[in-house]
Design a binder for this molecule. Sequence first.
Ligand code: GAP
Length: 462
Amino acid sequence: MSETTLTLDTIISLCKRRGFVYPTSTIYGGLANSYDYGPLGTELLRSIKNLWWREFITKRTDMVGLDSQIMLHPQTWVASGHVGAFNDPLVEDKVTHKRYRADHLIEAWAEKKGQEVETANMSLADMANFIVDQKIKSPDGNELTEPKAFNLLFETAIGAVSGEKAKVYLRGETAQGIFSDFKHVVDSTRMKLPFGVGQVGKSFRNEVTTGQFVFRTFEFEQAEIEYFFDPETTSWEQLMEDWKTAMWSFVTKTLGIKEENLRWRKHSDKERSHYSKDTYDLEYHFPFGWKELWGIAYRTDYDLKQHQNLSGENLEYFDPQTNRHFIPHVIEPAVGVNRLFLMVLFDAYREDTERGRVVLELNSRLAPYEAAVFPLLKNKPELVEKADQLFKDLLNDFKVTWDDRGNIGKRYLYQDEAGTPFCITVDFQTLEDNTVTVRDRDTAEQVRVAISELPSMLRSKQ
Ligand code: GAP
């Protein structure tokens, strides 16, 4: 299938049909921008997180992991600048009162007119003027309110008695837990600069958004790294380049994404977050445009300094070799796991019109199942028993699934859509010579393989 015809709706439909992602709470009519990951989606999401963890934490001697709270002390978000500056430009339809992001409406208008407009460089006043000058209306054709800054942090409260509840925020990024624990990590480990701390976990943003599936949601998962260094001995430009190479390699080699669907984009001065001196986005070419997948920012010593100032705690690092006390600087590669997930599905999706099937060409590190085991017929106990034994043996070392429903053709079609690289059928010949039929997902070709050869065959698609 050509990329231009693959739409978000096609992926949403596959996700629901095969149990990758469901809209949440549908028995109560659903909840905006909120999704649950089904059995296959949970496996895929978990594999992505595990691969990230292995590549960036386990396999590196200069990295350690952390699992901090979702609800941190509320002053954290004052220090980080999120209470004051973590805003989206919000407009409201004056009739329906539906809310939109002003920059998104301007971009949609520009795309329709075939014009280039850089909303990233626009202030609220610029957007207000643009909307008035170009007579931009809401998607329902109504007048819009003036854009205003809308804070994205979710507020909640802790404490049992309502009058005594203390306001806290659900974290808007996992990063702040790393900054506020920086001193603990230095004091409790043998890490010496330069070193990084990574964490994977939920973040929450009260996004003003419509209809981008898991690309932009209120609740999502981030995998973030704060890589601390001494700016006097380490070049931030070089570190940034090294991390960009590592990010590109993870996406193309580990996740197997096609290079032509990826690009780097440097943030303009106006667009950059309040804490950053330089930012790049690794973007993926989704059917709805080139969009941010993974950001990398040079956050300088902004966060640790802010926390030191507001908390009064000394967050300096002591270098015994140079006898210097200083606040380290930070390079931050920060990715949304759900965006990696969506990208993986788009990149792997193929329609095989010749054979009338949809195939998810996932490598077996990502595929929810590396193989499916079938007895040819489910009413033949000798086949079922043999297949069951093989299934249980493979379960020790591989992610395998069982299927004995319907005919073999239908089982193949189901597994193709689940992304299962191999289907293994136990038939009458298996009982004679311990060989099975193995059908390759990508070529749909079938070969006869000895059971003893299966492990090396399954590993060939990793
Ligand atoms: N600590 C830096 C930070 O949070 P960000 O660019 O705002 O930077 C990092 O977020 C990544 O988190 C983004 O590149 C994106 O992949 C993901 N992300 C951000 N907001 C998201 C949302 N509402 N839904 C899903 N993923 C999101």
